[in-house]
Design a binder for this molecule. Structure first.
Ligand SMILES: Cc1cc2nc3c(=O)[nH]c(=O)nc-3n(C[C@H](O)[C@H](O)[C@H](O)COP(=O)(O)O)c2cc1C
Length: 176
């Protein structure tokens, strides 16, 4: 396996972090890389809020049970997408930026987990003073990894790959 595939295959959701501060410069470096995510018409309808304030992190951690890793994370980044700037593609573009950010953090030795935002858009807007046209598409809880989770199971290629038309399964595909 080459190092690029290995890099992609070793990203994990990290939910437990060391009690160690993450320098904001490293997070900025990851955001700098995330800017290179693709977006429709290269509109780049995204913005990033770095959250360091413990009080705000704890409030975000209460959004839903799955947001609990934010209570243990020393820092987080909220990825926003501008529904006005790119009315058709903002969610996809925002997700691209969040995924690039996640991979960039992995590249820089940080652990992260994507925290769901889409059921709590208004609460998050209120908490972080986000204007109406901006949608929080992801919160990345970030820190130095304090766990090494095994890979989560993935669906078999034979279940998800079709050839030419939907339903025509390609059964010869081999997983990596
Ligand atoms: C859109 C999206 C929402 C997610 N929301 C949460 C969440 O709220 N809390 C959480 O702990 N993990 C969340 N995750 C992480 C997934 O559970 C995780 O990516 C999946 O189980 C696969 O594990 P892996 O990331 O280690 O490969 C989310 C991931 C995505 C892409």
């Amino acid at each position: 396996m080459n190092s690029c595939s290995e890099f992609l295959l070793t990203r994990r959701s990290i939910r437990v972090f060391e009690e160690k501060e993450v320098p904001i410069d490293i997070v900025l470096k990851a955001i700098d890389i995330a800017r290179y995510a693709p977006s429709a018409k290269n509109i780049q309808p995204w913005a990033f809020i770095i959250v360091k304030d413990r009080g705000i992190l704890n409030k975000l951690a209460e959004l839903h049970p799955g947001a609990a890793p934010l209570r243990r994370a020393p820092i987080a980044v909220v990825v926003l997408a501008d529904s006005q700037a790119s009315p058709v593609s903002y969610l996809v573009d925002g997700a691209n930026a969040a995924m690039y950010l996640w991979l960039a953090l992995h590249c820089l030795g940080l652990g992260a987990v994507w925290i769901q935002t889409l059921r709590n858009i208004d609460e998050i807007r209120k908490l972080l003073n986000i204007p109406e046209n901006w949608v929080p598409v992801a919160i990345m809880a970030i820190g130095y990894p304090a766990e090494r989770p095994s890979p989560k199971p993935r669906k078999d290629l034979s279940e998800i790959v079709f050839v030419d038309v939907f339903g025509n399964r390609y059964s010869g595909a081999k997983a990596s």
